[in-house]
Design a protein around this ligand. Structure first.
Ligand SMILES: [Zn+2]
Length: 388
């Protein structure tokens, strides 16, 4: 049986139907409720004779884990993607939960991010199962319930509670014509600027937390990010103050102002140093009498795989086989579960999946059936090569 026969074991129509089945089970995060989607996914695996289980991180946040064993002992390939999706939002021309097929496109929330990747991975496992599992070792499949709000009930939970790790991991985020070797790191910090309230008619008796927070924001926007890597969609670090809340009344000087800060890091940036950089910048920007507290809410470490790693080279080769031209080797601007798989589970990573990042989290999200089929073939070819 040739590679082509194996990848042809799953039809475009079958892949389309799997994706439609998953999209029609909305799994919106927040609040996150993947029960229906997980049920449907497990049923699809079971119908195929592939062992799959639901692994709850909470009542409603249900992860799915499936394994496909090969002929004998060998290495483990980890397929990872996320079931949770962001809310649909407004301005849709199509029903965001309808998964309607129109001119070769499937429309709906999650088609590109990330149920398309999951569907292609399931299709790859089905194709290999139908071919008699002609590989050594096993495929570990995880469809996680929580990626969009921080992964604590998803990939992080599975790594901490199930001790998952593998020889190779493919994270199925949409990458279009790229094979991606990493993503920037993310740091979420909350800074509470503290002042002293007073009547706004006698401002010299108080310390205005809102004014001080404004000074801190201006200072943060001037931060420099000298480390660059042109392979990244955004080739340097960046910082954004994304939320602000302060004050109690229009004629009272604010005694508190809370800033939410999102800072992005390159692989050569150190998260601890980034935290200190924010601390120093805010401290230097405040007036005498003002003070602040800082809380680190979440850190996604930056991640970058060696482009010469066999995993990256093999996925790129499989891409070329399917598409007739080599992919671009790039890296993502936003955070993904690759951060945790590499940093916490010590597993080499590559990001590859159907769809495009400019179609995610927007109205009329869609996926081309062709992209779904191609990704399924790339996963299958790469796995046969690495575990063959
Ligand atoms: Zn995603």
């Amino acid at each position: 049986m040739t590679h082509n026969d194996i990848t042809a074991n799953v039809t475009p129509q079958e892949l389309t139907e799997i994706l439609q089945t998953l999209v029609r089970a909305p799994s919106i995060n927040p609040p996150g409720d993947t029960r229906e989607c997980a049920d449907r996914m497990v049923a699809l695996f079971q119908k195929e004779g592939i062992p799959a289980e639901k692994v709850p991180a909470s009542d409603k946040l249900i992860n799915v884990v499936a394994t496909l064993k090969g002929r004998g002992p060998g290495k483990t390939m980890w397929y990872n993607g996320h079931m949770d999706v962001v809310p649909a939002g407004a301005d849709w021309k199509w029903d965001p939960w309808g998964a309607e097929l129109v001119d070769g496109r499937i429309y709906g929330r999650g088609t590109s991010d990330d149920k398309g990747g999951l569907t292609a991975m399931m299709g790859s496992m089905f194709a290999l199962k139908r071919a008699g599992c002609p590989f050594d070792g096993e495929i570990l499949f995880t469809a996680v319930a929580d990626e969009e709000t921080g992964s604590d009930a998803g990939t992080v939970w599975l790594i901490e509670n199930r001790k998952f790790s593998a020889d190779y991991a493919i994270v199925g985020e949409p990458t279009r014509d790229n094979v991606e070797i990493g993503n920037r790191g993310t740091l979420w910090v909350e800074v509470t600027v503290k002042g002293r309230a007073s009547h706004a008619g006698r401002p010299h008796f108080g310390v205005n937390a809102v004014h001080n927070a404004a000074q801190a924001i201006v200072a943060l926007t001037k931060l420099e990010f000298p480390n660059r890597d042109e392979r990244f969609e955004v080739p340097n670090g960046s910082v954004s103050v994304t939320m602000i809340e302060g004050g109690t009344k229009i004629n009272t000087l604010a005694d508190r102002c809370v800033l939410s800060i999102d800072l992005r890091m390159m692989p050569s940036d150190d998260p601890q140093e980034a935290i200190e950089k924010i601390r120093r910048t805010v401290a230097a920007a405040l007036d005498e009498g003002a003070d602040f507290e800082m809380k680190v809410l979440k850190v996604w470490p930056p991640v970058m795989e060696d482009p010469e790693h066999p995993l990256v080279r093999t996925v790129a080769k499989a891409y070329e086989e399917v598409h007739g031209q080599p992919p671009k080797i790039r890296a993502k601007a936003g955070g993904t579960d690759a951060s945790f798989i590499k940093a916490m589970a010590g597993t080499p990573i590559v990001l590859f999946g159907p769809g495009a990042s400019d179609r995610v989290h927007v109205a009329n999200e869609y996926l081309l059936v062709d992209e779904l089929v191609d990704a399924c073939r790339v996963y299958t070819l790469a796995t046969l090569e690495l575990l063959g």
